[in-house]
Design a protein around this ligand. Sequence first.
Ligand code: SAH
Length: 212
Amino acid sequence: MAYTKESLVKELIGMGIKDRKVLDAVGKTKRELFIPRGYMEEAYANYPLYIGHGQTISQPYTVAFMIELLELKKGLKVLEVGAGSGYNAAVMSTIVGKEGKITATEIIPELAETAAKNLEKASIKNVAVVEADGSRGYAKEAPYDRIIVTAAAPELKQEWIEQLKGTGILVFPLGEQHTGQAMIKIRKKGSELIGENHGSFMFVPLRTDKNK
Ligand code: SAH
């Protein structure tokens, strides 16, 4: 079977993704620009692909599910922890538009460089890739309307909460690598935090500068 952007969007609808903005953004983003050359036939298959350095570009369903939870809209300022290939940032960039901005941190220097190159190939201008340990957030650009973490975090990092605006949303997979993780959405309402569990997922681990 030939995988296409259209077949992928159909599959995501079948799996329960409803936010039209998310579906349109997936339908517009050229995933083939974010994967290694050998996988071109599988660019729109609904599974993760190896991107080198022991890392993967997430399954499109996971990307769409997390972005739907983020409640993105035009003009928002977003922090991503774990830029990887840059694909997730690319999908988000379409929704926040040119009034918005994505700062995508990546701890592996080579991947940070690849993500930046991939985004440039896709002519995406509202994403800045920074080589940094996002387990501490990225204070320079804070505060953020939204924070999305695409690597498994064994605990909630205080910096993420601190760097979120008073009405912000954080989405991250909570748990160790070997146990799998729970997809957690935290909505900040002033000093209050409201958390929800959105089911089980599998991510590569969040690293810190110490165990890099
Ligand atoms: N969002 C990516 C896929 C994420 S894979 C995409 O769309 O392709 C997880 C990524 O998180 C890996 O590239 C890994 O190197 C990175 N990572 C792990 N720990 C990190 C940290 N502390 N800070 C920033 N990036 C980190």
